[in-house]
Design a protein around this ligand. Structure first.
Ligand SMILES: *Cc1c(COP(=O)(O)O)cnc(C)c1O
Length: 391
C-alpha cells in the first residue's frame, strides 16, 4: 500500500495506483518514446473495444477532458452568435469551452433528485440561436438517453456529452461513450474514475468530425507524430492546415491509462460496494443519501453526493464539513453551480434567480470520500465520523 494511504487525515479523494501502473510508466520511459506514440494509439483502440464500439467508433486521446470538449465544439463549428445549453450544475470546463469559441453558454437548471440537466427547463431556454446541448452525467449517473435524443432531435441540436464522471457505466444497454451523440468526452484527471494524472478521451462516430479533432489536437498538423514516423513519407514532412492546439496525450500518461482501463470495472465495483455500505450504514441518520441503483452497471459511482439540512441535521452543510474535518475526514462539494462564480454570474447576469433548484441544492450538498483505493477500515471511519457529527 502506498504511504499516502496511511496518513491520519483521510483526504476526500486519492488515486488507485498499483505496481502495474508504476511498471508501465517505467517501461515507457525506458522505451525512449515519451510523447504521443504506441501507448496512446493502443489506449485508443482498447477504449473503443471496451465500449463495444463498431468500426465507426473512434476514440481520440487528449491531455484533458477540457481539451476534448474544446475540440468537440470546434469541430462542430460552434461560433459567435451561437448558444449552447449547459447545466448550471457542472465544473467550469463545460461552459468555458463554449466561450473559447466566442459562443454563449445558456445555463440550465437541474433535476433536484439526480442533479442532472432538467429537460423541462432546457425547453424554456432553447432559442433560434441554440445549436448544441452539453449534458453532464453528474456523479456517474447517466442522463436519460431517450429524453436527450428526443430533445436534441426536436430542436435540431448537436449533442456533446460531458462524461467526465461517467466511466464505466451503461445507459439503456450501451456504454456511455458509445451513443448517437456527436461527441462524448471522458476525463482522466487525478481524481476521476480512471486516471492518467491529466488526460481525457473523445468518442466520436462521424469520420469527418474525428479527422478534424485529430488534426486540431496537434497544432493543426494533418497527421499525428506517430503516423509521421510510421508512414512512407519522409519524416520531416508535414503540413499545417489550421491554427490547432497542443492537446495530445503523452505515452507516459497513456501507459497508466491502459492499466487503469484494464482495472476500470473492478474499481467501479469497489466504489459501488462503498456506496452500498454507506447506503445501509447511514440510512437512519438525518442526511439525505443518493438514490441507490441495484443494477450494477447503472451508476459509475464517481461521487457519493449527500444533502444536509439545517432542520434535520441541526447544522448547515458548511458546519458539517468543518466537523467532519475535525474527525479527520475530508469531504467536498460538487458543484458550486456556475452562476455562483463571479465570472459566470456576471456573464449570465439574469441567471441567478432563474436557477432555483441549483441555487437551493448548493446549500445542502456534500460529497463523502468514495474512491476505489479506500480500505474497509477507512470506509468504517467515514461512517463513524458521520454518526458522531450527526448525533
Ligand atoms: C473534471 C471535470 C471536467 C474537466 O476534466 P479535465 O480532464 O480536468 O479537463 C469537466 N467536466 C466535469 C463535469 C468534470 O468533473
Amino acid at each position: 500500500m502506498p504511504e499516502y494511504q496511511n496518513e491520519p487525515f483521510l483526504p476526500f479523494a486519492l488515486p488507485d495506483i498499483t505496481e502495474a501502473e508504476v511498471e508501465a510508466v517505467a517501461e515507457t520511459v525506458r522505451s525512449g518514446w515519451l510523447t504521443t506514440g504506441p501507448n496512446a494509439a493502443a489506449f485508443e483502440k482498447e477504449m473503443a473495444a471496451f465500449l463495444e464500439g463498431d468500426d465507426e467508433l473512434q476514440c481520440i486521446a487528449v491531455n484533458s477532458a477540457t481539451a476534448g470538449l474544446h475540440l468537440a465544439v470546434e469541430a462542430l463549428g460552434v461560433g459567435p452568435g451561437d448558444e449552447v445549453l449547459v447545466p448550471a450544475w457542472t465544473f467550469t470546463s463545460t461552459a468555458e469551452v463554449v466561450r473559447y469559441m466566442g459562443a454563449r453558454p445558456v445555463l440550465v437548471d437541474v433535476d433536484p433528485v439526480t442533479l442532472n440537466i432538467d429537460f423541462a427547463d432546457a425547453e424554456r431556454r432553447v432559442s433560434e440561436k441554440t445549436v448544441a446541448i452539453m449534458p453532464v452525467h453528474f456523479a456517474g449517473l447517466p442522463v436519460d438517453g431517450h429524453a436527450l435524443a428526443d430533445f436534441a432531435s426536436r430542436h435540431r441540436l448537436k449533442v456533446i456529452e460531458d462524461a467526465a464522471h461517467a466511466f464505466p457505466v451503461r445507459s439503456a444497454g450501451a456504454y456511455v461513450g458509445n451513443s448517437s451523440s456527436d461527441a462524448v468526452v471522458f476525463s482522466f484527471y487525478a481524481t476521476k474514475t480512471i486516471t492518467t494524472g491529466e488526460g481525457g478521451m473523445v468518442m466520436v462516430k462521424d469520420a469527418d468530425l474525428a479527422a478534424r479533432m485529430r488534426t486540431m489536437r496537434l497544432h493543426g498538423i494533418s497527421r499525428d507524430v506517430f503516423n509521421r514516423y510510421q508512414s512512407k513519407t519522409p519524416s520531416w514532412r508535414y503540413e499545417v492546415v489550421a491554427p490547432g492546439f497542443k492537446y495530445n496525450l503523452p505515452d507516459t500518461a497513456a501507459a497508466v491509462g491502459r492499466v487503469q482501463l484494464s482495472r476500470a470495472v473492478e474499481m467501479r465495483d469497489k466504489r459501488r460496494s462503498i456506496a452500498q455500505r454507506y447506503t445501509r450504514a447511514l440510512a437512519d441518520l438525518p442526511i439525505e443519501l443518493p438514490q441507490w441503483h441495484e443494477e450494477p452497471e447503472a451508476h459509475a459511482w464517481h461521487l457519493f453526493v449527500t444533502r444536509i439540512d439545517d432542520d434535520g441535521a441541526g447544522m448547515h452543510r458548511d458546519q458539517f464539513i468543518e466537523r467532519m474535518s475535525e474527525q479527520g475526514i475530508g469531504t467536498s462539494v460538487h458543484f458550486i453551480p456556475l452562476h455562483l462564480h463571479p465570472y459566470w454570474n456576471e456573464y449570465c447576469a439574469e441567471g441567478q434567480e432563474e436557477l432555483p433548484v441549483a441555487t437551493a441544492q448548493f446549500e445542502r450538498t456534500v460529497s463523502l470520500p468514495a474512491f476505489s483505493s479506500m480500505t474497509d477500515e477507512q470506509v468504517e471511519r467515514v461512517i463513524a465520523a458521520v454518526r458522531t457529527v450527526l448525533s
